[in-house]
Ligand binder design. Sequence first.
Ligand SMILES: [Zn+2]
Length: 608
Amino acid sequence: MADLLDVGFIQAVFGDGEAPEGASPVLQILSVKKINSASSASSGVVDRYRAILSDGEYFGQAMLAVNLNPLIDSKEIDKFSIIKLRSYTTNAVQGRRLLILLEFDILESVYNEKIGEAVNIEHAVANGTVSRAPAGNANAAPKAEPKGRAGGAGPGPARGGARQGGGKDVGPLFPIESLSPYQNKWTIKARVSAKSEIKHWSNQRGDGKLFNVTFMDESGEIRATGFNEQCDNFYDLLEEGKVYFVSRARINIAKKQFNNVNNEYEIAFERETAIEPCDDASVPQIKYNFKRVDELADLNKDDMCDIIGVVREVHDLSSVTSKATQKPFAKRDIQIVDQSGQAVRLTLWGKQAESFAHDDSPVIAFKGVKVGDFGGRSLSMFSSATMSVNPDINEAHALRGWYDSAGRNTQFNAYTSTMAGRSDNSAPRLNELKTIGEAKDENLGMRDKTDYFTTAAVVAFIKSENFSYPACANPDGCNKKVIEDGNGTYVCDKCDKHWPEPIHRYILSMNCMDHTSSFWITAFNEVAEKLLGISANDLWKLKEGGDEQQFQSYFTKAAGRSYTFEMMAKQDSYNEQVRVRYTCRKAGIPDFVAESAYLSQQIALFNI
Ligand SMILES: [Zn+2]
């Protein structure tokens, strides 16, 4: 069970006094104790708690930041709880080193036993069993020996010795799951489950290229990146589906914004990196967690999923221009069906789209495709996704049998935009928000069709001139503009009626901004009334009444507030000039709690 904990962390921290950068180890709390027992609520002294933390090998002293106190008071953490440290610092208190816990996740609130036979790190340091190594991560805490996984399902019999092409100083075999920046001598035996195309970039600092591969073994997956020279050295050598020994590469904290492999760490190939092919096929094949096609409706936009199905339609290759980069790329849609009777469109991109040449209804398994909500539900293949044609797995054989006997003649349901997708009253999906800068950069509204988007912005200024127009007073809600007919009444062309006076309706022009840009948007009656807090007709009367100050106060009061605006962008010709007209369809009060939670999630992806 000691494998549960990140052995090596306590030694790294207390041995050299330097907390390894960016680590988030799993540790067990052996005890928690209040230290300033003299305190009480009335004295105004805040309780401090001390904890003893174990990594299964050593234990050491830690203090909890005061804002974590409620976790102890509520017993969410207690003796033997298992935590994953998110943020911490170290300190020397009265000559003793102390780990200060700032933030952590609780993995097991209630755990009944002590894991491992951890010994006191201070004793180990005192009697020289553990030395105070010089600062620096590389040699901070080499693990004495990798631990096999629970149940003895280790990486194979070759561990630590009889490897092919051995003899080099590359270290023992490790399961992928146990790799961390704390060891520098390791070798993994892993299968390449995905390989990207070579990506080129060019910026002020120069040109470069890179590629990624995903390695997998029984214990898990990890992604590796090779830049420039390493791209030349390893790109051709590494083939999807084959098994390799990999050693002497750097382990970094995963950059989650570029990497959706489920691992805290990632590998960077270096000049010293050694990669050798391996004949041993005992390393597992790609693991799938398939969703049925009809289950896609339960997933959210941008979720990743694995799917297997029969390819029923293959559409022609086409080319689209990326809204974001303005570059053209190849695209091909295929339709996938399964026994659920549901069909879904899946889009292939780039080389995969160009080289797709299967017109015989193959069964294809996809790993790591992205869910979109175009037409209700659709799928899109990411660069990290993999596609396996007619794989030798049970699910594929079952699909083959079903399709050839019955499926071929089945009528399938297609996803349509009314089936999924959010209802009109739900809050905007925060991951769908566009900044004003993005809306402009992507030229939204510059094409023939209308573009819709949601943005979070602050109202900077509202024009008080021409804020409304005189509208038809017909109670059935005609809303047409009326014209004074010269007899002191107002005529509506549409209803063919004369009204003693019109009803004023808003056509509000306002400037809104966010951190990227600003734009002018138009808001009509319903939205404008919500923003100003008064009907256009009442506001008009106020202006007519001559109380300019009170009239203006409505406009100044409404500025400076934040909203989520549901927008429409559309081309508009005015005096022979084409421009984009932005209209606000709905303005919502932001859900600050939800937005903060979303933002902290996004920030966490940077691993700062
Ligand atoms: Zn009318």
